[in-house]
Design a protein around this ligand. Structure first.
Ligand SMILES: [Mg+2]
Length: 247
């Protein structure tokens, strides 16, 4: 592991490769490690508010993977109705409680992806950088703190700012004061690939495992890295995802 703060050479390389191009980073799996136990924790947060246990095995099986989108889907499936704003907020509060429990059990949970801090600091030194996550605001902040990234104070677009990934990316661009079409999007989910394609954004996938790389490629991602150690040239070369293969 190298030092977590960038060198002057990192900033110079980032600037040389990317100029001032604005970049939007997803959080889960992109900057902060995925915790497999979080799916079950989210299910528990849902049942603590609605009194029913949802069938929730993986994020991939959901049509809209944002915290609010997930609650809306599970509410329709289990209760046949739309959640109220108060219920959405209650699930967010319960879920951040679940994240706290996971951290109490394992203080290394939600640690940073290799190179994440160094990349964010270097990139923010040369142009606009924002965070665009499907997490609720409290959950996103808690995970950033766990990963040691909360002090960077980057603009944060989250689940409260849009119902789907595209809306959250649009909100992120607005926070950065740039047109959404100017963004380079960095993410790890097939839904990030889909959103980038819908908005015609260059997309860089973060895929630490062969399995994730295959999944992102199958979704149309053309540009992938294993981690965020020196991602400058990969970001500059990132391409808009290809059309999704049929089937
Ligand atoms: Mg993610």
């Amino acid at each position: 592991m190298g030092p977590s703060e960038p060198t002057a050479a990192d900033v110079a390389a980032a600037r040389q490769q990317l100029g001032e191009r604005p970049i939007a980073f997803d959080i889960d799996g992109t900057l902060v490690r995925l915790e497999p136990g979080e799916v079950a924790a989210f299910g528990r947060a849902f049942s603590s508010v609605f009194g029913v246990v949802p069938v929730l095995r993986s994020w991939e099986e959901l049509p809209v993977v944002t915290d609010r989108g997930i609650v809306i889907t599970l509410c329709a499936q289990t209760l046949g109705r739309v959640p109220t704003v108060a219920e959405l907020d209650a699930v967010a509060d319960a879920h951040v409680g679940g994240v706290e429990e996971m951290l109490a059990h394992d203080p290394a949970a939600f640690s940073a992806i290799r190179g994440a801090r160094r990349a964010l600091v270097a990139l923010a030194a040369r142009g606009p950088v924002g965070l665009a996550t499907g997490n609720s605001r409290v959950t996103a902040r808690r995970k950033l703190a766990a990963a040691g990234l909360d002090d960077l104070d980057l603009p944060l677009a989250c689940s409260q700012d849009g119902e789907d990934r595209e809306s959250i990316l649009r909100h992120c661009a607005g926070q950065l004061g740039v047109p959404v079409g100017a963004l380079i999007s960095v993410g790890d989910g097939t839904w990030d690939v889909t959103a980038a394609r819908a908005l015609s954004l260059p997309f860089l996938g973060v895929a630490p495992t062969v399995r994730r790389a295959e999944r992102l490629r199958a979704a149309g991602a053309l540009s992938l890295v294993e981690d965020l150690a020196s991602p400058w040239s990969a970001l500059a070369a990132a391409q808009v995802p290809a059309p999704a293969p049929a089937g």
